[in-house]
Design a binder for this molecule. Structure first.
Ligand SMILES: CC(C)(COP(=O)(O)OP(=O)(O)OC[C@H]1O[C@@H](n2cnc3c(N)ncnc32)[C@H](O)[C@@H]1OP(=O)(O)O)[C@@H](O)C(=O)NCCC(=O)NCCS
Length: 159
């Protein structure tokens, strides 16, 4: 069974690129990033890519870019058969801690207004909408801009 207890989180490396690209296609189809785009995420300024591994297979990936006091959540995807078992939440909690340690006090992201599943995930994790970008995506949908305070200590919890 997939879940935080049986899933290892670790920094992604070149060795994971093929699996990450395959995983990304399951979540984003034609909008998935290619190998070069993911390779750039591995070593760009402020970039951090973490994979969730279960039974030797990459079942989730999350990428952030943290510069100064803002951390941007740039990608999160979980293999369809591993969803709703806490994998993305474990990846996100790990990213919160890393962003906080790097000096960020908030995390921002953009999500399609049509992606109700992802919005549900982010709201459950304490994000709130702060803005909207009309016609942001290729399909004409708006992007919701979401924000979540990271707080100064590990004792912080969403209000
Ligand atoms: C969004 C996504 C990453 C969530 O991954 P996940 O591992 O299934 O999420 P978790 O199991 O950690 O979910 C934690 C909580 O978030 C909420 N949540 C997660 N998926 C949800 C959904 N589809 N609908 C409503 N709420 C959801 C629930 O409260 C869930 O807790 P519960 O299962 O106990 O009810 C996954 O659905 C995915 O890969 N989607 C395709 C890619 C994508 O849209 N990425 C985000 C683009 S901005």
């Amino acid at each position: 069974m997939t879940g935080p207890a049986t899933t290892e989180l670790r920094a992604a490396g070149e060795v994971d690129l093929e699996a990450i690209v395959a995983l990304d296609v399951t979540g984003f189809a034609a909008d998935a990033w290619d190998r070069d785009a993911w390779a750039a995420e591995l070593d760009g300024p402020g970039r951090r890519v973490t994979v969730a591994v279960h039974d030797g297979a990459v079942v989730g990936v999350l990428a952030t870019m943290t510069l100064g006091d803002v951390s941007d959540l740039v990608r999160v995807v979980v293999r369809p058969d591993a969803r709703r078992s806490g994998v993305a939440r474990a990846l996100l909690d790990d990213a919160f801690g890393a962003a906080r340690a790097a000096g960020a006090d908030r995390m921002l992201l953009e999500v399609s207004a049509l992606n109700r599943g992802a919005i549900g995930f982010y709201v459950d994790a304490g994000f709130t909408q702060i803005d909207e970008r009309p016609r942001y995506y290729k399909d004409g949908s708006a992007a919701l801009v979401l924000r979540r305070a990271l707080g100064p200590s590990c004792n912080w919890s969403p209000s």
